[in-house]
Design a protein around this ligand. Sequence first.
Ligand code: CIZ
Length: 307
Amino acid sequence: MLNITERNKILAEKILSLKEEKDALILAHNYQAEEVQLIADYVGDSFGLSQQAAKAKEQVIVFCGVHFMAESAYILAPDKTVLLPDKNAGCPLADTITEVSLQAAKEKYPGAAVVCYVNSSASVKAISDVCCTSSNAMQVINGIDAQQILFVPDKNLAHWVQQHTTKEIIPWEGACVTHQRVYPEHIKKVRELYPAAPIAVHPECEPEIVAMADFVGSTTAIINFAKTCPEKEVIIGTEMGVITKLQHEVSHKNFYLLSQGLICPNMKKTNLQNICAALESLEPKITVPEPIRAKAYLALEKMLSYK
Ligand code: CIZ
C-alpha cells in the first residue's frame, strides 16, 4: 500500500498535468492544508486571491478555500470556470447574515453606509456599499463618505475597527467559530512557555484577546510581522494554515499556534483528491446569477481600490 507522501506525490503530479491540459490556475487561501499550499500557483488572503482571479489568463480557476471566496472569484471573472473542490466548504460566519436580514437592518439605519466583510455571500455583497477584508478594513471605513457604518457580519472585526476610527460602527452579531476558540488562558499559557515571543492575533478574535496581544492584523499582516520581527519565536493567533506557510518561507524561526482550536474544518475540506477530481470533471462549478453578480462586483471592485 502507498503511504500518504507517495500517494500525494502521484496526485500532485496528476494535478500538474491536468492543470496544463485544462488551462487552470490554482488559488489557495492561507488557511489551506500544506499539501494544497504546495501545489497552488498562488497562496494568499482574500484580497490577494481576488486580485489574482481578476487578472487570471487561464480559463479555469480552482479555488482552494471556502464558498464565498470562490463566489468572489466568479464575480470578478465571470467568463472563467470557477471550481470549488468540495462544494460543502462553507463559512458559518458568512451564514450569519442573509440579504433579507441585511435589508431589514438597512431600513433600521437608513443613514448608514454598509460595509461588508469579504466573508459574506454574493447577495449580501450585492446590497452593500463596499466590501473589505481584514487587511484594508480601516482604509475602507476611513475612505467612505458616511459617519455611521453598518459593518457586517463579524462583530469582533467591527469592534477592532471601532478602536481606530471616530465614525460610528454598528456591528452585526456574527463571529468566526474558529477564532472564537481562543481564550485568555491560551495567552497566559504561551506567555509562561515563551516569554520572549510576541503574540500576533487576527481581529476576528474576541476583543479581550485582541487587547492582550502584541500585534493584530490580517493573515498577510501577521505573516509579514512574523517574518520581520526581531524575535526568533512567534505565537500565531489565527488558523494553523498560516504556520504552514511561515514554516515554508522562514526556516530560521519557530512558530507556535496560540490555541489548538485554531483549525477551520471547512478550509480543511479541500485536499489533493478533490482538487484532482474537480480538474477531471470541471465540477463543482460556482456561479452567481447575473443581476446579483453585477451589483456584488461594484462592492468588490471598490474593495480592490483600497490597499
Ligand atoms: O481576508 C481573508 O482572506 C481572511 C478571511 C482572513 C485574512 O485575514 O486573510
